[in-house]
Design a protein around this ligand. Structure first.
Ligand SMILES: [Zn+2]
Length: 273
């Protein structure tokens, strides 16, 4: 599933391509994709100009003329592709948005878990409330982070994956940040010391920044708009490296299951206390 760095990369690519363009046509082949109704979506989007594209957690939010929003979640395998002109619909493309100025934005999704929402301004505000998206890691201060951590019970990894606690992190970047901070994923959140919380916060940001710089991690399906994958997977220290040697201490990396999620650790660098 695309996490913060992958979604951020896609958003930056989209911004360069679609902002300032006016929507000329919309085609939807997979009705369940549009939760606010596939037929209504075309009427909602036609003639609208795209004013901006931003990320909220793992959501992509297009701001359109009239302060309307198009919200997209890629879930497992959603991808945006760009073509200079309409072409024969590629396999697994379920939605196409064409622009008056030329250019076509295609949405491809092999497993079909992704979704679109077309929201009027008031509906968008209601959606933000109902979704309860937590703060972006880049908007938090180390003090905010520590305070939020201290006030929560439960294990650290499930907490970091909770999109209401902090938004954008997923399995890859939580495993990488916990390793870099030397924290076992089952550590109770409220027992993490001040210096550990500070280090964890710093490592979360530095892992995310480096991943964004390398356009994310391509583990399975993720691709940027031009079809090019990310490069951060070659920098993974623990994720997907079970049985290989820790690059810090040489110990064999282990896999465990935490909160139903596959978790990768170095037993020596991340001792359980
Ligand atoms: Zn190690």
């Amino acid at each position: 599933m695309p996490e913060l760095p992958e979604v951020e990369t896609i958003v930056r690519d989209l911004r360069g391509l679609v902002v300032g363009r006016r929507i000329d046509f919309v085609k939807v082949w997979l009705n369940k994709l549009v939760r606010t109704g596939p037929r209504r979506l075309a009427g909602f989007l036609l003639g609208a100009e795209i004013h901006g594209v931003r990320r909220r957690g793992k959501f992509i939010v297009f701001t359109l003329s009239g302060e309307k929003r198009l919200v997209v979640h890629l879930r497992m395998t959603g991808q945006f592709l760009w073509a200079a002109a309409p072409e024969t619909r590629p396999k697994h493309v379920h939605l196409i948005i064409g622009f008056e100025e030329g250019g076509v934005l295609m949405y491809r999704d092999v497993r079909q878990f992704g979704y679109f929402l077309g929201l009027q301004p008031a509906d968008y505000q209601a959606w933000l409330v109902s979704e309860d998206i937590g703060p972006d890691p880049f908007d938090l201060s180390p003090e905010d982070f520590r305070e939020r951590l201290c006030s929560r019970r439960g294990r650290i990894k499930p907490l970091l994956l909770d999109q209401r606690f902090v938004s954008g992190l997923g399995n890859i970047y939580v495993d990488e940040a916990l390793f870099a901070a030397g924290i076992h994923p089952l550590s109770p959140a409220d027992r993490i010391r001040e210096d550990e919380a500070r280090r964890l916060f710093d490592e979360i940001l530095s892992v995310l920044k480096e991943a964004i710089r390398l356009r994310g991690s391509t583990v399975r399906d993720y691709r940027g708009l031009t079809g090019v994958g990310g490069q951060f997977q070659s920098r993974h220290q623990v994720y997907g490296r079970t049985g290989e040697h820790c690059l810090v201490c040489g110990c064999a990396l282990e896999r465990l299951v935490v909160g139903g999620r596959s978790t990768h650790i170095c037993p020596r660098c991340q001792p359980r206390r």
